[in-house]
Design a protein around this ligand. Structure first.
Ligand SMILES: NC(=O)c1ccc[n+]([C@@H]2O[C@H](COP(=O)([O-])OP(=O)(O)OC[C@H]3O[C@@H](n4cnc5c(N)ncnc54)[C@H](O)[C@@H]3O)[C@@H](O)[C@H]2O)c1
Length: 366
């Protein structure tokens, strides 16, 4: 009997991404899986796109009544509720690191929760992650807001809306950089990306290139460049700082309020903290302590003594800004593992994930 995957419609407000796309759903069907896709009013993929790929559509929310042996796949958390979850679920649940309310949520999973955050390859690296498009979108937003602030010094930037696709984002940001350059003496911004060799960092660098910045305007730093220890003047001397490092422990800060105020010729106007660890005691960007949102994408860095205002973007769901491409990228990274689902009892990636679930459930019962 074919293994059946049931893609549930996302319910988290403003979540337009999808764990399966018409392309990856079709690849699963071609490999002998049965895939059902719930009609979704909020997915970036129209129901018709799945239909055109030959995938049967089922009613929104129908996973609850699906046969027990069907695998339920989705992206983000389920709505808070109490009924027991009798299926195997594949999703991000944010309960394995003892996040707020984890006991109630985790105890609902009666069968298995394969948490996408913990699906690792043989080297312990995530099989699928959204990093590239987080960095890409973060850089777009940083450049967009830099351009807005230069061209509209007295008007705050408004609400951020997702883009239908990457081309639309690039065309939009590029045009606004050109407008800003016109009032900036024709000079393009200098961007420093730290963690430039990683998933997020390479996305940031690619975006900068795609909107037309010259190589000399993109400082690409990774471990060798920060080895000397911060704070770094190269940051306050750039217009935009994008932090994309994977924080492993205590490191000297890259920038501090003191280093900002010490640079009397500061250029820096925008920090985009893609890594976004404001609550970590090791945060290498300790000049702010809040998360920002699409509704209000920036927070002011306070305590600035002179020079232009300085804003920070610290949005922890940046890939949502490009739901189509980020879903396509994530889902295709996940596909080789999904293709092993029929053998999930023995396939290492799924067997490990199941073992982790059992451990976490076990800890709950202690
Ligand atoms: N804001 C969002 O929406 C969002 C989305 C996805 C990921 N993230 C976060 O972004 C961070 C990076 O994720 P990733 O997938 O790109 O990680 P990654 O492991 O692919 O890349 C991290 C890079 O940082 C570099 N690095 C680590 N410490 C450094 C240091 N001290 N100095 C210079 N470079 C250093 C590494 O060498 C590596 O190249 C993670 O914290 C992740 O949780 C945020």
């Amino acid at each position: 009997m074919a293994t059946v995957l049931h893609l549930r419609a996302e319910t988290k407000p403003l979540e337009h991404r999808s764990c399966l796309t018409p392309t990856t759903a079709k690849a699963l069907v071609d490999a002998g899986y049965e895939v059902r896709v719930e009609r979704s009013p909020q997915s970036i993929f129209d129901d018709k796109e799945f239909e055109d790929a030959g995938i049967p559509l089922v009613p929104t929310g129908s996973w609850v009544d699906a046969p027990k042996e069907h695998l339920i796949i989705g992206l983000k958390e389920l709505p808070v509720d109490k009924f027991p979850l009798v299926h195997e679920h594949i999703q991000f649940a944010h309960v394995f690191k003892q996040q707020r309310g984890y006991q109630d949520t985790l105890s609902r999973y009666q069968n298995c929760l394969y948490d996408l955050e913990f699906l690792n390859d043989a080297n312990g690296r995530r099989v699928a992650a959204f990093g590239y498009y987080a960095g890409f979108a973060g850089a777009a937003l940083a450049l967009e807001i830099w351009a807005w602030n230069v061209s509209h010094p007295d008007e705050p930037y408004g609400v951020v809306k997702p883009f239908p696709n990457e081309d639309a984002m690039i065309t939009h940001v590029k045009a606004n950089i050109e407008k800003a350059k016109a009032v900036n003496g024709g000079v393009e911004p200098r961007v420093i990306v730290i963690g430039a060799l990683g998933r997020c960092g390479s996305g940031s660098v690619d975006l900068c290139r795609k909107v037309g910045l010259g190589e000399e305007s993109i400082l690409k730093w990774d471990l060798p460049e920060t080895k000397k220890g911060g704070p770094f003047e190269e940051i306050t001397q750039s217009d935009i700082f994008i932090n994309c490092i994977y924080l492993m422990g205590k490191i000297p800060p890259f920038i501090t309020k003191e280093s900002i105020n010490a640079d009397k010729d500061r250029k820096l106007r925008i920090i985009c903290d893609v890594a976004c660890d404001p609550d970590s005691p090791f945060n290498p960007v300790p000049v702010y302590d809040v998360w920002t949102t699409f509704e209000k994408p920036t927070a002011d860095v306070t305590g600035i003594e002179s020079g232009p205002p300085l804003s920070v973007i610290s949005i922890d769901h940046l890939p949502t800004l490009l739901p189509r491409e980020s879903s396509e990228s994530f889902s295709s990274q996940l596909l080789p593992s999904l293709l092993q689902l029929k053998d999930r009892e023995t396939a290492r990636v799924w067997a490990d994930a199941k073992k982790l679930f059992a451990e976490k459930k076990g800890e709950l019962e202690l």
